[in-house]
Design a binder for this molecule. Sequence first.
Ligand code: GLN
Length: 498
Amino acid sequence: MQVVAMKIYEMTALELRDAIIRGEYKVEEVVSAFLERIEKDPLNCYITVVKEQALEEARKKDKEIKEYTPDKVPPLFGVPIAVKDNISTKGIRTTCASRMLENYVPVFDATVVELLKQAGAIIVGKTNMDEFAMGSTNETSYFGPVLNPWDRSRVPGGSSGGSAATVAARQVPLALGTDTGGSIRAPASYCGIVGLKPTYGMVSRYGLIAYADSLEQIGPMARTVEDLALLFDVIERYDPRDSTSVPPKFRPSTGRHLQELRTIFPEEISGLRMALISELMSEGIESEVSHSIMRSVEIFEKYDIMVDEISIPELRYALPAYYIIAMAEASSNLARYDGIRYGFSSGAPGKFYDVIAENRRLGFGEEVRRRILLGTFVLSAGYYGQYYLKALKVRRLIKEALDRAFKSFDILISPTMPILPPKLGERIKDPLTLYLMDLCTVPANLAGVPALSIPCAFVNGLPVGMQLMAPPFHEDVLFKAAYIFQKETRLYEMSPPV
Ligand code: GLN
């Protein structure tokens, strides 16, 4: 029988690393194979590709490998990775997909980037995204939209659309995204890959260009759950440079998620208590989507898990609370971009405030300007109590409601996205319909709990994602449940037509 060798770009990060250690591939071969696909990218996944730098790094790794005994090789040795363009990379342009930062080159690495480098990963480029991570469809990018790899007339989800599409299209095995209200999970769902928004404080935000500090986390994106755990184990660390980073004594033991998956016992799974959230399965959810989720949870029955149903009425107020808080924080974070201290400058002379107003008018896109205006409004003296303070109170109620739900269940299930991937241009026209797409994802950010999206079905050739939420610091439970689900469905073997 003839054995057909697997193509490099079809391999997972774990397979690649093992093949490199066994000497089957040189790192340079691996990196070139992916760069070749990136160069032919029809989806607009990247804002910046660092080809020469990546190849040079690969050659360095090929020399370095002799220094390691096989068991001491760093966890991502020689594995190519893409980084979302709102995460600072020393010497590599970091734009946030905004004209405001079109030419900004950071002088330092974000902590997560330092960790990637220490782990031996090779950064191949910076991915396209919604401007300043504001959006759910990747259409607010100054560099043009990313296309969905399964159907190029549709959106890939956002804001980490470039990261999701490039992983789905086999241009890179791993990527980093950021999630403020769903930006890892939404594109993971629409592109048919896995993505995790970690517990708030698990991954350092040092070097992440802020949109809404109290909500966002950097997180891993991959094709398989094992690769997701591998990348998460590398980036979840206490970081004294981030004041919201959770100190070691409150963290579960670091860096063992992948190992735990490899020694998983069926008993650990069958003991899990799971429930569907009724509010996220009814109004506003497309029937194809809710049906896919209903059918998918039956898979857990094989492991003797009966999936219950739970009602959490407070979730009805999650979207308005999220948008008030996110916009308030955004208006404050983005105040620094005036074209004088930071960012785009039109160069036109004028009075101080006129110059700043002009720089901001031209430097920011429409959605970003809208949010700065609304954010400033909800924080203004006359309206603060009516909007911002109320939103904070609602946030607390949602956190308490989820805490209560987690007393009875280990995992709460919902669709990741309420609708199938819309056509390009369809939703962006009306901001309110755009915001509605975040219905299922924002509760996890408001409450700071971890949430994972995993492909669970295809409807008319388009992927559907299922969201699993767990109590804070229980990423391990999410990985385990997702891992057995993936084992039964094997949807990661499906490859988009690109
Ligand atoms: N769509 C949401 C927003 O625009 C979430 C974005 C994100 O998670 N960065 O705010």
